[in-house]
Ligand binder design. Structure first.
Ligand code: BGC
Length: 398
């Protein structure tokens, strides 16, 4: 069977600044990497030079183009653009323009993420997203990004995954700012939604840019037939999903969905089958993507799958994963009438996977860290390339 996507469907790969650029020394993440005590478990290793995307961007954008993608999701580092409070760095801005220009020269539509997890040190010292003034600082920076880069950008994403940032930074405490405080987590969550809303309104006063928010959504399913498990799963999904989307639903032009895994719930706890899973132990469920997409229909917005991928160093499951996720997305589009407009694979090259360091490998392209960060295409690179070039998934080939 063949699944044909619409002609105007966007095919892309998704990346982020801190995970690829290297030397993000003016950020809160770098601070935690360099101030790690020997009793701290995380981060498992420092980011260092990452993939040196800052200097090797042409090589990587050539790979995006070779894949046959028509789109590219990239982020900018706040700490480079506004290294000290209220001062913008013209050199860094110029460098980002060169990167974006180069991507444009390859006919790529640009999705630009304004904030992908890291903040400048000066903002950290002011309390970061805990600060009552966070929305003021964030929207000033966001407006500057649009003023400078609007000639190159097709879609803006204000903030990547508000809920992951609060979960990892304020509940689990394994990401910057490494706190474990549930009440603070709730406040930061509200404040981040506020940052989005204010940035959206500030930008819209001057620009007709398309602006969205990227949300990480896991599907929750009750294990077995128990009514209690089913109700718990519904509640978990509502909290995880709609509680963050409802407060911004008037201030988004599209929804960015990052979908990685689903969770089975039994007696209030997550109880996933061990198979099939990624190198990080994430349970792979295709049906979860479909259910999630269907649940987003109520917002009546275009949906872009802005991240979807898996840690798979041996590249054993990646092509199979891509094939089935895309068949599922196609079914949602075709049979359920969901407005899915694009798919961005996470990610182009192996990169810095936050508190885990470099061992989880999500790339269509391997980075050989022992050989001058050499880019080595995996088999799945060619599989995804075939899809991007034709817009067709064939049931049997992967
Ligand atoms: C984040 C990425 C991360 C990926 C895989 C997403 O939650 O946006 O930065 O690398 O998941 O863990």
């Amino acid at each position: 069977m063949k699944y044909k996507f619409p002609k105007d469907f966007l095919w892309g790969v998704s990346t982020s600044a801190y995970q690829t650029e290297g030397n993000g020394s003016n950020t809160d993440w770098w601070f935690h990497e360099t101030h790690k005590k020997h009793t701290d478990k995380y981060p498992e290793e420092p980011s260092g030079i990452a993939n040196d995307f800052w200097n090797r961007y042409e090589e990587d954008i050539n790979l995006v183009s070779e894949l046959g993608c028509n789109s590219f999701r990239i982020s900018v580092e706040w700490a480079r653009i506004e290294p000290t409070e209220g001062t913008f760095d013209e050199e860094a801005i110029f460098h980002y323009k060169k990167i974006l220009q180069y991507a444009k020269s390859k006919n790529l539509k640009i999705f630009l993420t304004i904030h992908h997890f890291t903040i400048p040190l000066w903002f950290r010292e002011k309390g970061g997203f805990e600060s009552l003034s966070a929305a003021k600082y964030f929207s000033r920076y966001a407006l500057k990004v649009v003023e400078e880069f609007n000639d190159y950008v097709d879609f803006y994403i204000t903030i990547n995954e508000i809920e992951v940032l609060t979960l990892m930074g304020y509940i689990r405490g394994s990401w910057a700012p490494m706190k474990k405080n549930n009440l603070l987590a709730i406040w930061v969550h509200i404040n981040l939604l506020n940052c989005h809303n204010r940035a959206y309104k500030t930008i819209k006063k001057k620009y007709s840019a398309k602006i969205g928010l990227v949300k990480n959504i896991s599907w929750y399913e009750g294990k077995g037939d128990s009514l209690l498990d089913k109700l718990n799963a519904r509640a978990a999904f509502f909290i995880n999903n709609h509680l963050s989307l409802i407060p911004v639903s008037r201030n988004i032009d599209f929804i960015g969905l990052n979908y990685y895994f689903s969770n089975l719930i039994r007696n209030f706890i997550v109880c996933n089958p061990c198979d099939p899973e990624s190198d990080l132990g994430w349970w792979i469920s295709f049906e979860g993507l479909r259910n999630t997409l269907v649940s987003l229909r109520r917002y009546n917005k275009d949906i872009y799958i802005t991240e979807n991928g898996l840690a798979d160093a041996e590249d054993e499951k990646r092509s199979w994963f891509i094939k089935n996720m895309l068949i599922t997305a196609h079914q949602a589009l075709d049979a359920n009438d969901v407005r899915v407009k694009g798919y961005f694979h996470w990610t182009l090259t192996d990169n810095y996977e936050w508190h885990h360091g470099y061992w989880p490998q999500f790339g269509l392209v391997k980075i050989d860290r022992k050989d001058n960060l050499k880019r080595v295409k995996r088999k799945s690179f060619n599989y995804y390339k075939m899809i991007c070039k034709t817009g067709i998934i064939e049931d049997t080939i992967y």
